[in-house]
Design a protein around this ligand. Sequence first.
Ligand code: PLP
Length: 421
Amino acid sequence: MTDYDRFLSPLGRNLHESVLRKMGQVIASRAGDLISFAAGYPDPVGFPWDEFREIANELLSGKDGSVLQYGPTRGYRPLLESILGVLDGRGIKADLSEVMTSSGSQQGIDLVARVLIAPGDAVLVEVPTYTGAIAAFLNAQCRLAGVTQDADGINLEDLDAVCMRERGAGSRVNLLYLVPNFQNPAGSLLSLEKRARLLEWAERRDILIVEDDPYGVLYFEDATSAAETRPMKADDERGRVIYLSTFSKTLAPGFRVAWITAAAPLIERFDTAKQSMDLMCGILDQRLVYESIVRGVLDRQAAPLRQLYRMRRDVMEQALRDQLGGRLTWIAPKGGFFLWTTLPEGYDCEPLLRRAMEEGVLFVIGSAFCVDGSGHDRIRLSFSWPSPERLREGARRLAVAMDRYVGAGFSRPEIVRGGRL
Ligand SMILES: Cc1ncc(COP(=O)(O)O)c(C=O)c1O
């Protein structure tokens, strides 16, 4: 058998795999009765199936050959124009030179990493932060400098201290990555005051902010939340913010249609980098998304989805209280898909996950989100996909796993740092 390792480049040898992909392999191997609180997938019951079917039938009637042709790298122009309208609804004024589509926001993050990160840079991220961003940034061979979070989002004093420490040590620090709305995994909402101060700070310290916003539309508490989720990009007069958003959680992730909004010179660079990645966009998906926007499907989705996920959060919280008493604690998220929970004293997320898998329930270990080696006392529970019955049954299994954790005598010294899931 050929040994392929010796063919690998240094990057190829050190590629960072998404923790959720690894868990996906576990799910596939167990399939059957496993209840997953792991991946942040939308529930397919929330997909507008009838409207999609109707639009797809029309698009695939064969009358218009261009629906299956190559599409422009930047995206289908009518879709880009309709995205300007979506942005306007969020308070963001942009023009066509400032927007492009990407294959999911994940590709947007990867483009940012390719174009703006040099090997050896320090990139500022929250602790905890989104695993997909961790993987994309590390693959650009930077170091990740973690900044603590408060209940109302990133801690600004720590942010400045970390930035200056890194610069003082000679690192280039150009980027701060943030998920201000219902953060993945912490569920936190960045306060409006901090948003304003962050824009000033970015100007003062000469930093670009990557504002990743997949969940802003999915708030649970009516009127006020719409104002509370106002993107920083809406008030970004100096062009400091690279804003990423996606149709994955509001229409369907399978289309892989998302977008980047940033200053025109940056979009030019992202566009060029994207050419060598995928040459062209997936035009059928983009046209389906475009039709969904102009026919009002996207707007009609918002209210029922907010209701669906609020109900799921409520069921999950109640089930955890019923099954676990006060053994898990968390701050109730006001939107999004996740509960970021703290384990009782003495528990560690990795051995608990092994126990939980034996009981048929899955979650993501807290340490996967923490670039500073912390998070072993946390687990992320996603409530978006399992039905209410499965949420309750999963909570029951988690309770059994926690009981057995103690019974099996797992203890902290058993932790394998950096061990695989
Ligand atoms: C914070 C965050 N950013 C980006 C993504 C990727 O979204 P997309 O499906 O658009 O690639 C996710 C998906 O879960 C996410 O939680």
